[in-house]
Design a protein around this ligand. Sequence first.
Ligand SMILES: Cc1cc2nc3c(=O)[nH]c(=O)nc-3n(C[C@H](O)[C@H](O)[C@H](O)COP(=O)(O)OP(=O)(O)OC[C@H]3O[C@@H](n4cnc5c(N)ncnc54)[C@H](O)[C@@H]3O)c2cc1C
Length: 234
Amino acid sequence: AVARDGGGFRVTLGSGHVVRARRILVASGLVDELPDLPGVRDRWGRDVLHCPYCHGWEVRDQAIGVLSTGPMAVHQALLFRGLSDDVTFFSHTGSLDEEQAEQLAATGIRVVSGAAAALEVRDDRLAGVRLVDGRLVAVAALAVQTRMVARAAFLAPLGLLPVAHPSGMGEYLPATDATGRTDVAGVWVAGNVTDMSAQVGVAAAAGAFAGAQINADIVAEDTRTAVEAARTPA
Ligand SMILES: Cc1cc2nc3c(=O)[nH]c(=O)nc-3n(C[C@H](O)[C@H](O)[C@H](O)COP(=O)(O)OP(=O)(O)OC[C@H]3O[C@@H](n4cnc5c(N)ncnc54)[C@H](O)[C@@H]3O)c2cc1C
């Protein structure tokens, strides 16, 4: 847990060890809550994917399915369409509005209606999506939308709580400026905990940038203290 400690913070580690700090940079990432469909958890990060910029190249030109499990499903299907001519959109328990249906049709994305029951795996490879009505639709890779939730429970004592992301994709800790500052004085955020779409490069750069801002903040505070001390007659 992280708690206030005078002008700074007290961080209690799992071991019970306590670390004191003048500033906190939160870089604890997020948890991808997976859709509740048999097979998804076992194949996650292998042939069940979410990010075209992470795994897209590996599944290019293959039969790619997109399982609609979140508000960005159609967007995701359109992104994967750039990687393969063979993209199937599983509407699953969701529905398409007129504009979305038109977009999928116009870009040559096949739509399969009906709820999915499970993933079918053969020889340790995804073979397809088994629908509740018994049909098996063959795909070699399946994109899903996860619910992305900031790992931030340990900040509750500071009153810093994750909030719903405007995209509907999960919960994040908002920054109040471009350096990663938060509503809580002395606490900065960087990476996936605040920017759920940040890849490694972006997350690392945000951490480096916030670190420099924190250092500048401490230097400014120390300078103020030094000036006050110098002005005070001995
Ligand atoms: C399946 C998958 C594939 C991906 N592939 C790519 C890719 O190819 N290229 C790419 O650029 N990005 C990829 N990404 C995205 C990449 O994982 C993120 O961009 C990156 O991990 C974000 O870094 P981060 O430091 O913000 O968070 P993380 O990497 O999640 O790091 C957070 C760290 O904080 C620790 N932590 C959390 N809570 C606590 C706590 N209470 N106490 C102590 N430690 C804590 C965690 O254990 C973790 O080590 C992929 C993501 C997934 C899910």
